[in-house]
Design a protein around this ligand. Structure first.
Ligand SMILES: C[S@@+](CC[C@H](N)C(=O)[O-])C[C@H]1O[C@@H](n2cnc3c(N)ncnc32)[C@H](O)[C@@H]1O
Length: 218
């Protein structure tokens, strides 16, 4: 999802594998590898030295986007963090409200939180993808400021644009999401509120409808 020729900033980079891959493969001329802590940035330095890309990758200690100047990068990546933390970091960075900037997000959990924040605050999701790694399912999506909080149905924050992704992994990811929601629904039915249970039932039906509309072989 990172655009060819653009400068990427990887927030929460840890080993800087992604920025190294992006510059080594000629996708980005340069990149920023940013992390909150020194330990991960030391790991990042080892990767940068190992691949000889020190002239192309800037290492930066930064809490989220706080120590990044908006002019320094075009595409901003956050992978492997929870959706709730991503939401906090994006919410306090007003300069991301720019149609030229692209967010590329791979929430490790609570993907619905960050989708919800984005669509309520004038961002739109452009594309979503899913994959498996070591038997685990992951989703990732790109989003951009459009300045308009559009109308979406309640379930959208749980499935986003994954129904448009023609991959078996996207379907599996959504089946897992629906299963997770069903577990929540059972808990809500047993000890929670009828209103919340009703809401969950509606979004489960909506998500299952989307799953059923996906190609049988995907
Ligand atoms: C699980 S690792 C993910 C590493 C890599 N992005 C990946 O997907 O493999 C999460 C990283 O995010 C960093 N991190 C956590 N909170 C952060 C924050 N507020 N700002 C920047 N980095 C943060 C952690 O130090 C850690 O290196």
């Amino acid at each position: 999802m990172v655009r060819h020729g653009k400068i990427a900033a990887d927030i929460g980079t840890d080993h800087a594998y992604l920025p190294a891959w992006l510059v080594l493969n000629g996708i980005c001329p340069t990149a920023l590898a940013c992390d909150l802590r020194k330990g991960p940035l030391d790991n990042a330095k080892k990767t940068v030295d190992c691949y000889g890309v020190g002239d192309k990758i800037t290492l930066r200690l930064s809490d989220g986007f706080d120590k990044i100047d908006p002019t320094e990068a075009d595409d901003f990546i956050m992978c492997g963090m929870g959706g709730t933390l991503m939401t906090e970091l994006v919410a306090r960075t007003d300069w991301l409200k720019d149609t030229e900037k692209l967010l590329i997000l791979q929430p490790q959990s609570h993907a619905e939180d960050i989708r919800d924040f984005l669509i309520r605050n004038g961002f739109e999701i452009l594309t979503e993808d899913a994959c498996t790694d070591s038997g685990k399912l992951y989703c990732a999506f790109s989003a951009r400021w459009c300045g308009e909080a559009k109308e979406y149905s309640d379930g959208y924050i749980y499935y986003g644009k994954l129904p448009e992704c023609k991959k078996a992994e996207a379907k599996q990811y959504l089946i897992k999401t629906a299963d997770r929601l069903k577990t929540k629904l059972e808990a809500e039915k047993n000890h929670g509120s009828a209103e919340k249970a009703d809401y969950l039932s509606r979004i489960i039906s909506e998500t299952e409808e989307k799953i059923n509309e996906m190609q049988p072989d995907c």
